[in-house]
Design a protein around this ligand. Structure first.
Ligand code: FAD
Length: 168
């Protein structure tokens, strides 16, 4: 969509540009001032879509928007495995569940692993660090499909990629 808007020449897209603050009130001419690390942008309307990072720009949301980290991974077997044709949620407790999305090549995306790190609150609560994966989650996903899916017990399926990010 942004590519189409750029083609029509009606937007100015500034990527890789960190917003550091937004003025707390508009100027006399009705412009909000958005401070970035590459200069100031003036705008009559500002839409903030920075997800769990919003309190860093708008501190007044610090008590309402509390980031937490989540972990997902990609699992793939080298040999043939039973084809999973549905998406799944594996719910172990009210707060503890994994979600699983099969891909057309037979590999699987799995997110969750909360039980592995839930008690280590600093590792996930009010934490936006996506530089490093929570190690306990990496351990949790080792042998995941072998433990949970019939017909996969002796597969050589293993985690090929694992990543983290924050949401709220
Ligand atoms: C590990 C993980 C797995 C997930 N799995 C799923 C899934 O399977 N299905 C699903 O539906 N959802 C999933 N989610 C949730 C989904 O990713 C989010 O709900 C979705 O990405 C939110 O989109 P968004 O555009 O609101 O925010 P984001 O995608 O977080 O985008 C926010 C943007 O704001 C930018 N930004 C932040 N601060 C600043 C700043 N100061 N200046 C400039 N830019 C800034 C960031 O760089 C980022 O590009 C998952 C989340 C995680 C962390």
């Amino acid at each position: 969509m942004s590519a189409q808007a750029l083609q029509h020449g009606n937007i100015n897209l500034q990527t890789n540009t960190k917003v550091t603050s937004i003025s707390s009130s508009p100027t006399a001419c009705g412009y909000w001032l958005v401070q970035t690390d590459r200069g100031i942008i003036k705008a009559r309307k500002v839409v903030v879509a920075s997800n769990s990072y919003t309190p860093a720009i708008l501190p007044e949301y610090r008590d309402q928007i509390i980031p937490y980290r989540a972990v997902a991974c990609h699992i793939k077997a080298k040999g043939p495995t039973p084809l999973l044709v549905n998406t799944y949620a594996l719910r172990f407790k009210d707060w503890d569940f994994d979600y699983l999305i099969p891909r057309p090549d037979g590999s699987i995306i799995v997110g969750g692993a909360r039980s592995a790190y839930f008690r280590d609150k600093d590792a996930w609560y009010n934490n936006t660090n996506d530089d490093e994966v929570i190690e306990a989650a990496r351990e949790y996903f080792r042998g995941y499909v072998q433990r949970n899916f019939r017909g996969w017990e002796s597969s050589d399926a293993e985690v090929t990629e694992i990543w983290t990010g924050s949401e709220y």
